[in-house]
Design a protein around this ligand. Structure first.
Ligand code: ADP
Length: 168
């Protein structure tokens, strides 16, 4: 075994990376589930994603803090390689959500690449509540852009932010 088990007293830190543009109830569900096995969860907003985001990094951080306020949850942004960020943060786990088979190929590739870069870091896949499996940030953005009701899918702070964004 390359990575010895952590001593019982060590706190188990998980990093949950993503775009979170914006955070949805699906993301929040994954954070909650992570807290069942991690002492601390760092929600990490990727700054260098190739996508053109709707919300700025600062806006996304603020919305995540509103949506998942919990003493064991920290919200940070990161630039560069996730494995470097995780190492600096003292994390031993990367958490990712798996919704459908369509997520699998990309997630599998990324997990293997991250293992290649940092063998001591374990990727953990979590499945959300059934009614949240169809939910994605891109779908929320599209529905909200056209004035559809997403109030059941996001935190009230996110709902307001979407209204403000599309009212402009
Ligand atoms: P990325 O651009 O890295 O995919 P996202 O913010 O879209 O960033 O997603 C971050 C992580 O959260 C991914 O692992 C994604 O599969 C997961 N995720 C997103 N929405 C849901 C959901 N409704 N249920 C479970 N996991 C989800």
């Amino acid at each position: 075994m390359s990575a010895p088990p952590a001593p019982p007293s060590a706190s188990r830190v998980a990093v949950y990376p993503g775009s979170f543009d914006p955070i949805t109830r699906g993301h929040a569900d994954i954070v909650e589930r992570s807290l069942r096995f991690a002492d601390r969860v760092i929600v990490a907003v990727a700054v260098n994603a190739a996508k053109q985001p709707l919300f700025s990094v600062e806006e996304r951080l603020a919305l995540i803090r509103r949506a998942v306020s919990h003493p064991s949850v920290e919200v940070r942004s990161f630039d560069g390689l996730l494995v470097d960020f995780a190492r600096r943060a003292g994390a031993t786990m990367i958490v990712r959500g798996l919704r459908a088979v369509s997520d699998f190929e990309y997630e599998f590739q990324m997990a293997l690449m991250n293992r290649n870069l940092e063998p001591a870091l374990e990727t953990v896949f979590l499945v959300p509540a059934l009614d949240l499996t169809y939910l994605s940030s891109s779908l929320v953005r599209e529905v909200a852009r056209h004035g559809g009701d997403v109030s059941q899918l996001v935190h009230s702070a996110v709902l307001q932010a979407l209204r403000d964004k599309f009212a402009k």
